[in-house]
Design a protein around this ligand. Structure first.
Ligand SMILES: [Zn+2]
Length: 253
């Protein structure tokens, strides 16, 4: 059956027989693996649309659940993502995380739109790429129904969105959100799964999750806040989605 979809190329692999396989995040069908006879060494426009990061329209032939790409048309190659190493690594992480987060053959239109928008925003901005990566992480967690609870203590239910005075706040990965100081004191939690946070960190994360990605184009998190959110979300994604050891994550500063 001939069909078509817009999509973003997540990766290219070679089969034993030398055939190029594309892992495509298609808008209509979700993540699919598709064979293609177009050589990736070729300089043709069709080959460009098969490179990782490229967003294009793909003509597909599907037979008994397997796909072949029969034609391509580039929508946005996101070529400028490669102009800066840090930007490239941030975009690589976003792509690799997406690949690990979504299953095959299950449409994820919200995550698809977030990915397309994130790559565009990473390409446009000249610094603070981490801000977009963090916004992408929290929005994807929410889209998958796995986002953390940031309004009340997940153990005792007390509202701690605006903690008073000197009270310490904690982000407990295993509990799935914030816990208050007295709940934290009642049990020893393993290092790497508990993070001390302050209201600036929680406000930044809450702001990003409740505002559309497009409205965050001028937002640049302070290094301290971005650094702590990166550690927290990386541990959270590992614990709740079972995703860790991504190649691009180890390479990012
Ligand atoms: Zn509590």
């Amino acid at each position: 059956m001939n069909t078509e979809s817009e999509g973003i190329v997540l990766r290219q692999t070679k089969t034993v027989g030398g055939r190029t396989m594309i892992t495509l995040f298609s808008e209509r069908f979700g993540k699919i693996s598709a064979g293609t006879s177009v050589s990736e060494r070729s300089k043709s426009r069709a080959a460009l649309a098969l490179r990782p990061f490229c967003c294009g329209r793909y003509q597909l032939y599907s037979l008994r659940g397997s796909y072949s790409i029969t034609g391509t048309e580039t929508v946005n190659s996101f070529m400028r993502l490669g102009d800066d190493l840090d930007r490239y690594l941030a975009a690589s992480y976003v792509l690799e995380l997406t690949d690990a987060m979504i299953g095959e053959d299950s449409p994820q239109p919200v995550i698809y739109r977030l990915l397309k928008e994130s790559l565009g925003m990473l390409e446009e901005r000249k610094k603070a790429w981490d801000t977009i990566v963090i916004a992408y992480q929290i929005k994807c967690l929410d889209a998958l129904g796995s986002g953390p609870d940031l309004s009340s203590c997940v153990r005792c239910g007390r509202d701690i969105s605006e903690p008073s005075g000197e009270e310490k706040l904690w982000f407990s990965v295993g509990d799935g959100g914030l816990i208050c100081d007295s709940c934290k004191a009642s049990q020893e939690l393993p290092q790497g799964l508990i993070f001390e946070v302050d209201t600036d960190i929680i406000r930044a994360l809450s702001y990003m999750r409740s505002h559309p990605l497009s409205s965050l184009s001028r937002l640049a998190l302070e290094d301290r806040i971005a650094g702590q959110l990166r550690k927290m979300l990386s541990a959270y994604i590992s614990f709740h989605l079972g995703i860790e050891g991504l190649k691009s994550e180890g390479l990012r500063i």
